[in-house]
Design a protein around this ligand. Structure first.
Ligand SMILES: *Cc1c(COP(=O)(O)O)cnc(C)c1O
Length: 339
């Protein structure tokens, strides 16, 4: 058996032993199947390839000090995949089947769940695609659900450090009443050009404004956005952002810490009043923002001058991670044990 150097892991793909699959034919879901192949065999006219019938999820499993493996908020992911499925007219996988598949794939690949001390975790990637061969534009009859896992390293190799983000007004990611609220690959395809441009310019990611008026903050390409002002946690309310489970968790924790949580429209100019800012999602939990450049407006909003994250970001980050690794009790029912 190969040795994995846990501390060298990045957020990349590494093969594991098994994946778990389930197909839906004519509206009927079959049994879970275990596969050791990294490939899928699908028809060249499958709707996922031509008309974007594809949705995915992302969550993590963590090994605690006690050696037990914990999956974070699995049910929320199952429900969100159903919402994504409704959004692009795909068959909905029952929540129980989703949970069974996730537990099975983690258990089968338990040797890939990184040890507690490493700060690494096991990333879980569920995927749902339309597989019927069709050239006419309509929803597929048949679907394939698949879930694979891959160990990923601690997101912050150089420590929990803030990085710069960019507002790029010549790009939109999603339409005002479009697919922004669901987790589909199409949204990511639509964000790649702006994302690559931002990376070339030295930014971590793009912070999108609302597509209609370009007045309010929406979210980052792959993560929600929040700001801290005094004792308030402020995050955008919008019809075109993905309901991040990390953001939802941080809002709960912020409230429990005695903070005021505001979920509302946020004018771009309000960035000037924030003490801290962060992007949040499963991959990083929180990615603190050092500065936001509104490139076309030639404006800059600075949150960290000394290269250090804000106190509130750090506190929230440590708190959520402690729950995920089992260092602090799970008082919200967020954890599912893989025993
Ligand atoms: C997945 C995703 C997020 C983060 O959601 P989490 O549930 O916190 O991982 C944020 N924005 C977009 C567009 C996403 O696809």
């Amino acid at each position: 058996m190969e040795q994995i150097n846990w501390s060298d892991l990045t957020f990349g793909y590494m093969p594991t032993d098994y994946n778990v699959r389930c197909v839906c034919k004519n509206g009927v879901w079959g049994e879970l199947e275990v596969s050791s192949s990294e490939y899928i065999n699908i028809h060249m006219a499958a709707t996922c390839l031509h008309y974007g019938q594809e949705a995915f999820e992302g969550m993590k499993a963590f090994r605690g000090k006690d050696g037990r493996v914990r999956i974070f908020r699995m049910r929320d992911n199952a429900e969100r995949m159903q919402s994504s499925s409704r959004g692009i007219m795909m068959a909905q996988l029952p929540v129980e089947k989703f949970e069974e598949a996730v537990l099975k794939v983690v258990k089968l690949n338990e040797r890939f769940v990184p040890p507690y001390q490493s700060g690494a975790s096991l990333y879980i990637r569920p995927l749902l695609i339309g597989t019927s061969a069709q050239v006419g534009v309509k929803p597929a009859r048949d679907y394939m659900f698949l879930v694979f896992v891959t160990p990923v390293g601690p997101y912050f190799k150089a420590g929990f450090k803030p990085t710069p983000y960019a507002i790029m007004r010549q790009y939109d990611r999603v339409a005002p009443l479009g697919t922004g609220t669901i987790k589909v690959g199409g949204n990511y395809a639509a964000s790649l050009a702006a994302g690559e441009k931002a990376h070339e310019m030295g930014y971590s990611a793009v912070l999108y404004l609302d597509s209609k008026e370009k007045k309010y903050l929406d979210e980052c390409g792959p993560a929600n956005f929040f700001g801290i002002r005094g004792n308030s946690y402020i995050t955008p309310k919008s019809d075109s952002i993905l309901p991040s489970i990390t953001n939802k968790s941080l809002m709960t924790l912020a409230e429990e810490m005695g903070m005021t949580v505001e979920r509302r429209h946020i004018l771009v100019e309000e960035l000037a009043t924030f003490d801290e800012a962060g992007a949040c999602g499963t991959a990083a939990v929180i990615s603190p923002v050092s500065r936001i450049d509104d490139i076309d407006e030639n404006k800059s909003y600075v949150f960290s001058k000394d290269g250090e994250p804000g106190k509130v970001c750090l506190k929230l980050y440590n708190k959520l991670r402690a729950i995920q690794y089992g260092d602090e009790p799970d008082t919200h029912g967020w954890i599912t044990y893989v025993d």
